[in-house]
Write a protein that binds this ligand. Sequence first.
Ligand SMILES: C[S@@+](CC[C@H](N)C(=O)[O-])C[C@H]1O[C@@H](n2cnc3c(N)ncnc32)[C@H](O)[C@@H]1O
Length: 481
Amino acid sequence: MKKTRSQRGPRGTGGQPSRRPRSPGAGWAARPPHRSPASVDQPMQPLQIEALSHDGRGIGRVDGKACFVRGALPGEQVSWRRESSQRNFDQGSVVEVLVPSPQRQPPGCEYYPRCGGCSLRHLDAGAALAYKQQNFIADIERAGLSVEQWLAPLQGGSDGYRRRARLAVQKTRDGRVELGFRNAASRRIEPLQHCRVLTPLLSALLGELPSLLAAITLGVVEVELTESDGAEPVLLVALSAAPGELLNDSGAARLESAGATIAAALSLSPAQLQLWWRDHGERDFRPLGAASTAHIALSQQLLLACRPGQFLQVNGAVNRAMVEQVLALAGGGELAVDLFAGVGNFSLPLARRYRRVIAVEGLPELVASGAANAAANGIDNIEFHCADLNRPLPKTLLDAPRRERIDLLLIDPPRSGAAAAMDWIGATQAKQILYISCHPATLLRDAGQLLAAGYRWRRAVALDMFPHTAHLEALALFERD
Ligand SMILES: C[S@@+](CC[C@H](N)C(=O)[O-])C[C@H]1O[C@@H](n2cnc3c(N)ncnc32)[C@H](O)[C@@H]1O
């Protein structure tokens, strides 16, 4: 798959938040300048912005050379400052929006110019999704592929959608504790008291956490927050310890008491706020006190147990819509195979449509949770396997398509895609292949292999899992004639 440099954007685009004051017309997530010795930091001639890059910057051209401008939107004329100059492209940021886009909107967040969490709050969320989908369609065409039918994108609310977030923690010299999203290329965080993309309860919890962490005098480097949505919400606060920090009984007691105070401040019962702890270097969190199982609902009938540290689709509304879409596209039948199955987000719903489901996941603890989820929902037709899908497949799986036809093969890999399994997947001759992708670039690479193996790309759906960011996920259906 080939993409032009201008659409893909230069590498290393996620820099550290800038502390510089906002300029007139600003309201974008400011990023640090990539300096180069060439004439940088120069006010430039007004620039006409033609497109939006994959990382959410405006693209204009000066004498044919692409210029990536933070804070600029398609259709706008901006004055801008060049911050770095490479042979094939320049980078900079808006100084002033001279002619604004009708799609420009106030970001509505005081942290936005510095926080690494969002990057497109200055663009109407519906318009942002349309640009993201257009870029994806252009990538598909550039790769020489085509989709027979696009279905309507799946969207939820553009704020209050995140039920899971990991926040970095730092202590200031005067002993205050700050929490915030860390930018990819920076140790610096933007201290947040609330956050508009988190669910309202998680946002309120965020404001209470600095005092909790300051009070317990325990070194914590990261906090993972989750809101479950079973019968009543349960907040899971999972603390990752700093190196050398050990939690003794009195530390645990202090934490639990501070947790109870926060629950009361948020009008929750003590059982609705669970505290979990992970020693430095450990993979698993352990609950402090007796934590009853918290659930997320896939539908009214299906509940998944929810544990800190285990993969969870962070946007509950879009996840439920995605599961429904999968069921609407899946033809049903004898055998479905769910690769990269996690804790059964798709396997459990598919088990109601197929006589048998084979679920394959690489992490043993997720396989165990998937099996427990199936049992808890009264489902007994899923076989869970633990296997590394980056390595040659286990013989039981390799032989499956020889023994019986696969009606549906669902793949939901991490960002790196499913390259190592694609030969086998293409050769299964599965009737339908549903590919859920959190990184369209690797979907395109893997789709090329499916098309070469005789599949047709029948349907595609854009999934707006992370509104106000440049991130897009996608669902793709492949079928054989
Ligand atoms: C995007 S998540 C999807 C999980 C699940 N389908 C869901 O919707 O919740 C990808 C899953 O693939 C698993 N995974 C990542 N690399 C893997 C590998 N090499 N082999 C098997 N599973 C892997 C991860 O542990 C994770 O559960």
